[in-house]
Design a protein around this ligand. Structure first.
Ligand SMILES: [Zn+2]
Length: 484
């Protein structure tokens, strides 16, 4: 903000007056810091007093608008008022709570759902009735019943889609886990924008599926979750949303997937992308298997005969998503994959984890998995794929155990500016950590995983463990006998 900080009465207090003010605020705030809500000990902590609502935002220059904080909690004096800093602090705390509480890679997620749970715990489904081209929605808020009427807009999509545009109270909003279960990152600048009163330029998108008349149903937000969460934190009461009513969810899922891949609109964490693509593949593949004799069809038949030609390249992509997602998160025999515990799956760049999702994909997943559609009968292929998956999980787990686990790689040391830190103080980085870090750099890892593939190929070919010798190249981990 360009505005200069105005002179406040706070700056003109004498030393004694200031001390008395500190004591009064300390008592009024029950000894707690206004920003972080933790105890202030006046004998121990350095403190600060500032405006809750900035003068520039029409806050009063009065004691009722002043608050006491830890000096370290009032980080950007003048530009961000204390109310905003309290909100940002709260947001950081929530992210930390959900992303670090659990070391399991796949559970490390902070989504709109968690934000709503924290800030709007008493959410509800809405009542909805449709009459021709109008929809009535109703809900209750703080004991008061509300009813609003909106025009349903029709769109010549295939199949046809109807939607309405409204400002929906957060108390009626839910997170969509299915179409777009993405997590929320880097929200602070956006929270600040909304806090400072900038409007929401584009509506978020949601679905509403009404099973029966007079039915109650949740409004599920599947796009624009960042602006939704940012406004929730900025304490706005409603979100500007386009709500699709009784639409084909498959079609919306597909549309949304395309927006994030084909049209590459926004950063979409790859693991989430794989999950959504895998869902799309499984749905269609299951439909295909239901009407076929299993002995007579293959993955290849699915792509050649079942999938419409125009959608073939999309389904090939979903297939890749499916293979990766299965290998990473599906159960493979008795073994649970542990490599995700050391992989950044949320942020585009990691500072904590030795592997990025992209590295994992370009190495183990791309090099070791058979990505083409198999020609054998489905039942046989299923066994081969299961073997491949089990071996891949075993292989990745061996790598994790030998190189990363049991404190060999320390998540607290992380990977930030590793070479600088090493130059400054070679003793600060243990050898095992450095070795793990270097083995996990993408350029190195791509090379050694390919070498590893060659070694496996050579070994299994010599022992004639492949169905055809050519499988060593295409399906290095699909072997005949039980042991790798
Ligand atoms: Zn504090």
């Amino acid at each position: 903000m360009m505005e200069q900080k105005r002179v406040s009465k706070l700056d003109r207090l004498s030393k004694d007056e200031r001390q008395e003010l500190l004591n009064r605020l300390h008592k009024a705030q029950n000894d707690l810091c206004y920003v972080c809500q933790e105890v202030i000990n006046l004998q121990v902590h350095k403190t600060d007093v500032d405006h809750i609502v900035a003068l520039a935002r029409s806050g009063q220059d009065e004691e009722s608008n002043w608050a006491l904080t830890h000096d370290s909690c009032n980080r950007s004096k003048g530009t961000r008022d204390l109310q905003l800093q309290r909100i940002l602090h709260e947001f950081r705390k929530h992210v930390q709570k959900y992303t670090e509480a659990d070391a399991q890679g796949q559970d490390r997620n902070f989504t709109l759902d968690e934000a709503l749970q924290e800030l709007q715990p008493e959410r509800q489904e809405i009542g909805a009735t449709i009459k021709r081209d109008e929809i009535n929605i109703s809900w209750t808020q703080e004991g008061e019943p509300y009813t609003e009427k909106y025009l349903l807009l029709e769109e010549p999509a295939n199949p046809p889609a109807r939607s309405f545009i409204a400002r929906i109270p957060f108390v009626c909003l839910h997170h969509d886990h299915d179409i777009n279960p993405r997590s929320i990152v880097d929200l602070e600048p956006m929270i600040e924008e909304f806090y400072n009163g900038y409007p929401q330029l584009q509506p978020s998108l949601a679905t509403l599926t009404i099973e029966n008349d007079d039915g109650r149903a949740p409004i599920l937000v599947f796009d624009g979750q960042h602006k939704a969460a940012a406004q929730l934190y900025a304490r706005r009461e409603r979100l500007f949303v386009r709500v699709f009513v009784n639409c084909s969810l498959d079609r919306l899922k597909e549309t949304n997937y395309r927006a994030h891949t084909k049209l590459a609109q926004v950063h979409f964490p790859q693991l989430i992308n794989d999950r959504v693509g895998a869902d799309l593949f499984i749905e269609e593949f299951t439909r295909f298997l239901q009407v076929q004799e299993l002995a007579k069809v293959s993955e290849d038949t699915f792509f050649g005969k079942h999938v419409p030609r125009i959608q073939k390249s999309e389904y090939k992509r979903y297939f890749g998503n499916f293979l990766r997602y299965e290998a990473l998160t599906g159960t493979a025999g008795a073994e649970q994959n542990i490599i995700l515990n050391f992989t950044e799956t949320v942020m585009p760049r990691s500072i904590r984890y030795p592997l990025s999702y992209d590295t994992l994909q370009k190495t183990f997943l791309d090099v070791m998995l058979f990505h083409r559609a198999a020609r054998e009968p489905i039942e046989q292929t299923e066994r081969y794929r299961q073997t491949e998956k089990e071996n891949l999980v075993r292989l990745m787990n061996i790598f994790v155990e030998e190189v990363l686990a049991s404190g060999r790689f320390s998540l607290n040391l992380g990977i930030r500016r590793m070479e600088d830190r090493l130059t400054n103080d070679p003793q600060s980085i243990p050898d095992s950590h450095l070795r793990a870090y270097r083995l996990c750099r993408k350029p190195a890892m791509v090379v050694w995983v390919k070498e590893l593939k060659r070694a496996i190929q050579l070994l299994l070919n010599t022992k004639t463990r492949y169905v055809h010798s050519s499988w060593g190249e295409k399906r290095p981990l699909t072997r005949l006998s039980e042991k790798l």
